[in-house]
Design a protein around this ligand. Structure first.
Ligand SMILES: Nc1ncnc2c1ncn2[C@@H]1O[C@H](COP(=O)(O)OP(=O)(O)OP(=O)(O)O)[C@@H](O)[C@H]1O
Ligand SMILES: [Mg+2]
Length: 278
């Protein structure tokens, strides 16, 4: 059992470089953060600030030959940086689920969504095919995916990005991971479905004590969901604070600017309240 206040996921001095024709280029540097059990860490920053690179490097999902990841990434004290692919495969999905910003990359085009969903569940649990399929359908219904049976028979290219992302969230929910990394999980969705996805994430967090790294450019989503927030700009963290402090008393000029320039969501959007009631 983890002691209170101890971080489940800890990133220390993370720097990611990529080799290009013009030499090495640094994508993110000196990234430090931790997430406690059952907490949501929000990661915000403008487009290109390094949010996806940071999250992908946690599971070393960036092209390995071209990128160099320095620093330490620990899950419950286990160092992940430098693990072999075989070892990382055991951690991906089961310990850390990653909901990708570009969901097409998460699926193989040659198998149906159902085949991939069921096999992913089966590779990490002792369920048989029928049980895995039932579980998949139940969870898909809870994220409002219409006609789950039909979706499972489809190939990835037959579904929209938003649908594939919800399928990924459903897969994550089935496996009850220690950490969920969700990269812009609501961006491709309309308001109603955004709410369903956020409620599901919140439900997983509160029921299983899952820690969540929630990446979003939507400050409305972050303010509703996150406990702590880090703000990135040009590959660095420029501010990190408790969500209330960040919104009430932003310290960094860039954070103030982000807050000022956010679209006035709450004027048009229903507040995301009573998240636990799914
Ligand atoms: N494989 C790569 N090779 C070279 N540059 C890359 C590579 N991947 C990302 N970058 C660059 O790294 C920077 C950070 O990109 P990243 O995708 O992390 O941004 P982001 O904060 O997720 O943006 P968005 O909000 O648009 O998703 C960008 O300038 C991007 O062009
Ligand atoms: Mg991104």
């Amino acid at each position: 059992m983890e002691k209170k206040g101890q971080n489940i996921l800890q990133v220390r001095d993370l720097t990611v470089q990529v080799s290009t024709k013009a030499g090495f280029s640094t994508l993110v540097q000196n990234i430090n953060f931790g997430i406690e059990k059952g907490k949501v860490l929000g990661l915000v920053g403008e487009s290109g600030s390094g949010k996806t690179v940071t999250s992908m490097s946690i599971l070393q999902l960036l092209e390995r030959k071209k990128t160099e990841i320095q620093g330490s990434i620990t899950l419950r004290g286990q160092e992940l940086n430098g693990l072999k692919n075989k070892e990382l495969r055991k951690i991906r999905g089961k310990d850390i689920a990653f909901i990708m910003q570009n969901p097409m990359n998460a699926f193989t085009p040659v198998f149906t969504v159902g085949h991939q969903f069921v096999e992913t569940i089966r590779s990490h649990t002792s369920l048989n095919k029928k049980q895995a399929k039932e579980l998949a359908i139940n969870i898909m219904e809870s994220v409002n995916l219409p006609d789950p049976d039909k979706i499972l028979k489809n190939y990835p290219f037959q579904l929209s990005g938003g649908m594939l992302q919800r399928v990924m969230i459903a897969v994550a929910a089935c496996l009850n991971p220690t950490v969920i990394i969700a990269d812009e999980p609501t961006t491709a969705l309309d308001l109603h479905n955004q709410l369903l996805v956020l409620r599901l994430l919140e439900k997983i967090r509160s029921e299983y004590g899952t820690s969540v790294l929630l990446i979003s450019h939507d400050l409305g989503v972050i303010s509703e969901m996150a406990d702590e927030v880090i703000v990135m700009k040009q590959g660095r963290i420029v501010e990190s604070a408790n969500v209330f402090d960040l919104f009430d008393n932003p310290k960094h000029e860039y954070t103030k600017k982000l807050l000022r320039t956010r679209p006035s969501l709450h004027a048009k959007q229903q507040p995301i309240t009573h998240l636990a009631k799914v």
